[in-house]
Design a protein. Structure first.
Length: 247
């Protein structure tokens, strides 16, 4: 199992929900954090709590729907000479539920793909070459199990595109110590999932984080959080190692 102590993890959408819980989980294990939110001040709470756990932090901000801001964020990280070892592409947008889905506006697709797919791809393209050069890296892209809901077509299509992007990219690092995985936290009661979702956000751990700890040089796995519910991290990693690409 990977020891993440003193490594650096970038977590998008770190100020709340699954991103916040992931940041706390990683900090408790000694991982330094690059905390992203649309507004830097939104990360004040998690930054303070992480520092109290004895880890280093850096806060960055970007509206992920604006490509220029994503590039500026990545340039800032590069200028800081911080070597990113782990990436949790957690942030996402789920636009309004379109009961009249036949009239879904094109803007829904534009926004969904810019945040849920293009921003993730940009982050991967910028940070993974450095991981490959240094010989270590973990990328965990957050997807969704949503299906059969044309009322949310733009969200589900953007996540399906992310799945394809991730699995194809994984073939280029397979067998190396740069591992790329997908995770699905499930339908949780977060700002994105809404108050009527069936799952407590804490049930997503350790599943959403397990991809950072695998050490068998396999990429392209689909690590559903509910497959690891109730397990210790060590148990979760052992189970993840038994899964095959696409599981």
């Amino acid at each position: 199992m990977v020891d993440v102590k003193n490594k650096w993890a970038l977590i998008t959408g770190a100020s709340r929900g699954i991103g916040y819980l992931t940041a706390t989980f990683m900090a408790e294990r000694g991982c330094n954090l690059i905390l992203h939110s649309r507004v830097a001040e939104h990360c004040n709470r998690i930054e303070t709590e992480a520092k109290e756990l004895g880890v280093k932090t850096m806060v960055v901000s970007a509206e992920l729907s604006e490509h220029d801001q994503v590039i500026e964020m990545l340039d800032l990280i590069k200028a800081s000479e911080t070597e990113v070892d782990i990436v949790f592409n957690n942030a996402a947008v789920q636009v309004g539920y379109r009961t009249d889905f036949w009239n879904t506006p094109v803007e829904d697709f534009d926004l969904s793909f810019r945040i849920n797919t293009v921003a993730v791809a940009t982050i991967c393209y910028r940070l993974m070459p450095g991981m490959i050069e240094r010989g270590f890296g973990r990328v965990i892209n957050t997807t969704s199990g949503i299906r059969d809901q044309p009322e949310q077509a733009s969200y589900s299509a953007s996540k399906a595109a992310l799945d394809k992007f991730t699995k194809d990219l994984a073939t280029k690092v397979e067998g190396t110590d740069v591992c790329v995985s997908l995770t699905d936290p499930g339908w949780c009661r977060t700002d994105l999932g809404g108050p009527h979702a069936p799952n407590d956000p804490n049930t997503a751990l350790p599943g959403v984080a397990v991809g950072a700890f695998i050490d068998d040089r396999k990429s392209g796995r689909f690590l559903h959080a509910d497959h690891f519910h109730g397990m210790s991290l060590e148990e979760a990693v052992a189970k993840a190692h038994t899964l095959e690409r696409g599981d």
